[in-house]
Design a protein around this ligand. Sequence first.
Ligand SMILES: C[S@@+](CC[C@H](N)C(=O)[O-])C[C@H]1O[C@@H](n2cnc3c(N)ncnc32)[C@H](O)[C@@H]1O
Length: 265
Amino acid sequence: MRTLLSRLPPSITALLLQVAAFSLTLLSVRLFALQPAPLFFALLCGLLAASFSHLAGLARWWLFIQLCFAPALVLMLAFDIPPGIFLAAFLIMLVVYWSTFRTQVPLYLSSNKVWRALEAFLPPAAGDSGEVRQPGFRFIDLGSGLGGVLTHLARIRPDGHYTGVESAPLPLLWSWLRIRGLRNCEVHWGSIWDERLEACNLAQYDVVFAYLSPVPMEQLWHKARAEMRPGSVFVSSTFAVPEQLPHQTMEIDDLHHSTLLVWRM
Ligand SMILES: C[S@@+](CC[C@H](N)C(=O)[O-])C[C@H]1O[C@@H](n2cnc3c(N)ncnc32)[C@H](O)[C@@H]1O
């Protein structure tokens, strides 16, 4: 059972366990002809859901969510908030986070210090210490969020071409508005795993940047190894690739204590 659940995204597992906890609590209440107060009923559901989640091996922070979910629902109902507000909140979350429940990669942003540190991994510009410039080098941000990395680099190094791929609609729209006027910048709506999306073929890039989460790193490493050209550079912010030591790391003195992990392919 645990193996079966571990194949599902944690959010789906959590939902299934909530349903199981609710069903079991309801069954027990009926069986013993009890009439608990709604908050007590919800607390029982929460306790059961948290215990099931522990047994299913969900991360510790999920246990807290599972415990509080049903009681929070009951408490919120007491405030008599118009349902339209919940719908609006849901729709906003949907367009910002989109498929995060599946990808397990939410939106959070690189700091300005990371943007600046990334400049060091771009191919040298014409005239830099006698090195020959690679004409029109290409850079991609996989999961480009609000487009901050792209727009910063596109302004600092206009001799490159910058591509972003983003799956969530609102960040995509935001970055699309942000790159208007920058002729060396483009963003695509889609998944970085979509083979039909030409922009996702990593063979065309000199520098590939990703700031995702621990979850997709192994899969991303296989993609990078299969597609990236020798001599190109793969930079992951913060998240390591299992069992692959980076060739270089760069600590960034920002709020998140980011680390850039760099592989030269
Ligand atoms: C941690 S944010 C990084 C944003 C930006 N790259 C930065 O450094 O500021 C990760 C972004 O990747 C997007 N994302 C997650 N999985 C994705 C996928 N499979 N394809 C495209 N974008 C994805 C998320 O929507 C989110 O905006």
